[in-house]
Design a protein around this ligand. Structure first.
Ligand SMILES: *[C@@H]1O[C@H](CO)[C@@H](O)[C@H](O)[C@H]1NC(C)=O
Ligand SMILES: *[C@@H]1O[C@H](CO)[C@@H](O)[C@H](O)[C@H]1NC(C)=O
Ligand SMILES: *[C@@H]1O[C@H](CO)[C@@H](O)[C@H](O)[C@H]1NC(C)=O
Ligand SMILES: *[C@@H]1O[C@H](CO)[C@@H](O)[C@H](O)[C@H]1NC(C)=O
Ligand SMILES: *[C@@H]1O[C@H](CO)[C@@H](O)[C@H](O)[C@H]1NC(C)=O
Ligand SMILES: [Fe+2]
Length: 468
């Protein structure tokens, strides 16, 4: 329950006056009292339709794509062949064209405890046209498979674009419901921003990596056709020295590619891309990020590079939220917040999306950057330069929902609810974007929470731009 005041007339007015003059942030926001339908948090069985292996000798499976360069003219296609390495090539052609091109990739495989992976292929297609539909084909001989994708428009300030937000997905019946709701959402997300914790294979004995394979086949129906932008979460660590697995991120790094070199990053775990009117910075909550670390150094150089006249929407993805008022994982993002919140406020990041907490929450625009050890200024205050923080770790994995919330609802928390769902960020132009959160229990078009985001840069730097 949030703080609720029952008041009438003069007393109410007085309360409002006192509250608004004595604190910068008024009452806590909304704690939804919606009670979701019961689901049992079990993974779909191995013989489920969504995990079916495509027929044919050495048929490619787990086909998925992500952005392959800085600007959106490149695509990385990944796929796995089970029996032999086969071909590393991707054949591709523009819609309405019969000129076929071929790109050459590479193949990797890995062992994890007593599991041996299939042949995992990664192939970057470069120099595509912007805003064009392409077909592509992977595999050899009788067992080729064909898919398609649409490249984004050239980056520019007023290019509309629609991103889907999914986190902590897993592979339960709820996960399938989340993906179905995203697919059938009439707002039609064009790219998924995935905020980490993918398969939850690590919850099985010896991190049974067969559950990484089933996950790859589960998401193929979406991820083979539109890019999923990857962020690593704690369930990607697969760090188990007791069974000899003492190198973190081994399955994740073999299976998922990111275009990190294009943004001068030295690690696939943190990188950035431009896509349409957005500049998206992906961070790694589980890699070193303190002062002088590679991630810190990279981000320090990266933020000044963002040209808000070209890509007005500055979006940060990370797994562990910096603001979350749920009991589960409470304050785990505090070290990251202390390190990076001042930068996010300085550079006027528009929105920070995170996962990790298996629920939904949206913050007010707040910052907590005044504290200097001795001045006691350690509470969040309203700050128009600050991002909105959105936790969207509600994909529906087997660990179930985080239902326990800190009480009372803190003032920085605008809306919180423990239900599974997905988000849609619908960028309209340089000043306006619309964010909606869709819970799985509602119809495909229903938003349980939504707000207009007014771009931080254009709002603050260009007061002449009319904002409603
Ligand atoms: C791996 O080891 C576990 C535990 O000993 C066993 O249950 C499983 O069948 C083994 N898997 C393979 C592929 O050998
Ligand atoms: C394709 O399938 C046919 C019929 O099953 C088989 O005879 C042929 O050898 C296969 N070709 C390849 C390249 O696998
Ligand atoms: C997953 O969802 C899809 C699309 O709604 C449906 O066709 C499929 O049967 C579902 N699979 C399971 C195991 O629930
Ligand atoms: C920023 O982007 C705008 C619009 O694309 C462009 O005109 C300008 O030259 C860029 N500025 C810099 C410093 O690259
Ligand atoms: C930007 O989009 C908003 C919302 O659709 C609209 O109200 C506004 O007029 C647009 N601005 C411009 C300059 O077109
Ligand atoms: Fe997590």
């Amino acid at each position: 329950m949030g703080m609720k005041r029952v008041c009438t007339g003069f007393l109410c007015l007085l309360t409002v006056l006192i509250l608004s003059s004595s604190v910068q942030l008024c009452d806590g926001g909304i704690t939804s009292n919606y009670v979701r339908k019961y689901n049992s948090n079990v993974d779909m069985p191995l013989n489920s339709d969504v995990f079916r292996v495509p027929p044919g000798y050495n048929a490619p499976h787990q086909v998925y794509i992500t952005q392959g360069d800085l600007e959106g003219k490149g695509v990385i296609v990944s796929w796995t062949t089970p029996d032999e390495p086969g071909s590393n090539s991707v054949l591709y052609w523009a819609e309405n064209s019969n000129v076929k091109s071929s790109a050459e990739g590479f193949v990797v495989s890995y062992k994890y405890y007593n599991y041996t992976s299939g042949y995992i292929h990664h192939c970057t297609i470069k120099d595509l046209e912007f805003d064009a539909k392409y077909y592509y084909e992977v595999g050899l001989g009788n067992t080729t498979r064909q898919f398609w994708f649409v490249t984004p428009p050239k980056p520019g300030p007023d290019v509309p674009y629609t991103f889907g937000l999914i986190g902590d997905l897993g592979q339960t019946y709820d996960s399938n419901s989340t993906l179905t709701h995203y697919e059938l959402n009439p707002l039609k997300g064009q790219t998924i921003l995935f905020v980490g914790d993918l398969s939850y294979a690590d919850n099985y004995p010896f991190h049974n990596n067969i559950r990484w394979d089933t996950w790859g086949r589960f998401i193929e129906r979406s991820a083979a056709y539109q890019p999923w932008i990857w962020t690593a979460g704690n369930h990607e660590l697969d760090f188990v020295p007791e069974i000899g697995e003492s190198k973190p991120f081994v399955p994740y790094k073999h299976r998922f590619s990111t275009p990190y070199r294009a943004s001068d990053s030295t690690s696939p775990l943190w990188y950035s891309i431009k896509r349409a009117s957005a500049y998206i910075i992906v961070m790694s909550s589980y890699s070193a990020f303190g002062t002088y670390t590679p991630q810190w150094k990279w981000l320090k150089n990266e933020l000044p590079k963002v040209n808000r006249s070209e890509t007005p929407w500055l979006i940060v993805l990370m797994h562990c939220p910096m603001y979350s008022s749920y009991v589960h994982h409470y304050m785990e993002g505090e070290t990251m917040r202390v390190m990076y919140e001042p930068w996010f406020v300085n550079y006027k990041v528009d929105v920070v999306f995170a996962g990790h907490v298996h629920a939904y929450e949206r913050s007010e625009r707040v910052s907590n950057v005044a504290y200097n050890i001795i001045n006691r200024k350690c509470s969040p205050v309203r700050d128009e330069s600050a991002p909105v923080y959105i936790t969207i770790g509600d994909g529906g994995n087997q660990e179930g929902l985080a239902t326990e919330m800190t009480q009372p609802q803190p003032r920085y928390s605008a809306y919180r609810e423990a239900s599974f769902g997905h988000g849609i960020l619908d960028i309209k132009n340089r000043t306006h974007a619309y964010f909606g959160w869709h819970r799985n229990d509602d119809g495909y078009a229903v938003e349980a929470d939504s707000l207009w985001l007014l771009n931080r840069y254009w709002k603050l730097e260009e007061p002449s731009v009319a904002l409603s």
